[in-house]
Design a protein around this ligand. Structure first.
Ligand code: HEC
Length: 197
């Protein structure tokens, strides 16, 4: 091997190493984005409202078999006494698992945040997710997102953090759960396309 071909070989080797290591670092970057997203979802309290619960002697705990899958479609809600929610009475009430909420806005049900294609965020892009959180509009352009979803707080997050949250949500096992549409204060269903069958 002459000096020139030896040099060529070492250049080739260097290029190969760079390609391999950039692939590995992209993978590591993806994993750390998901880890960061998990951390933000944990401290952001998303599970409090978006995860079904199991009852324990310590009170309701997240059901780890269906994390962040939203208000369970088959759940039956108790009838609310008339006049319970009024300006001089209670401001809002919630179901035992904190996935359904009744207030002056009507009844809202927490969304399925798992990547299920038809009932969750499986068909969402990261841009739609960021737009929804920043604007408070369903899927970034539909009706207003109802309380108590704390989007006015989360909209303060950086793009990198919102991307991390979305990456973590997309890494969850998909759970098929068609969350019901919200109900207006006068009892009509408020259509919410694309997030249910
Ligand atoms: C205090 C309860 C509560 C907490 C905490 C909460 N959410 Fe929500 N979220 C809701 C409710 C209720 C809805 C359904 C609102 C509706 O139907 O308009 C919702 C809807 C959503 C939606 C669907 C928006 C759309 O376009 O329709 C997304 C995405 C979402 N939440 C993400 C999150 C994330 C991520 C976190 C944590 C960082 C979180 N939520 C924390 C109550 C909550």
């Amino acid at each position: 091997m002459n000096a020139r071909s030896a040099m060529l070989c070492s250049v080739c080797l260097l290029v190969c190493l760079l390609v391999v290591s950039s692939g590995a670092s992209a993978q590591a970057k993806g994993a750390s984005l998901v880890a960061r997203g998990k951390y933000l979802v944990t401290i952001g309290g998303c599970n409090d409202c978006h995860s079904p619960k199991v009852m324990t002697p310590m009170g309701p705990m997240n059901d780890t078999t269906r994390l962040l899958s939203g208000h369970p479609a088959q759940a039956k809600l108790p009838v609310l006494a008339k006049g319970l929610i009024a300006p001089d009475q209670w401001g809002a009430v919630t179901s035992g698992d904190f996935t359904a909420w009744v207030g002056p806005w009507g009844t809202s049900f927490t969304a399925n945040l798992t990547p299920d294609q038809t009932t969750g965020l499986g068909s969402w892009t990261v841009d739609m997710f960021i737009k929804a959180i920043r604007t408070g509009k369903h899927m970034g352009e539909g009706r207003n997102i109802l309380p108590p979803m704390p989007w006015p707080n989360f909209r303060q997050a950086t793009n990198v953090d919102l991307k991390a949250i979305f990456a973590y949500l997309q890494s969850l096992p998909p759970v098929e759960n068609a969350v019901p549409d919200p109900i207006s204060p006068t009892g009509e269903s408020i259509p919410t396309p694309h997030m249910k069958k």
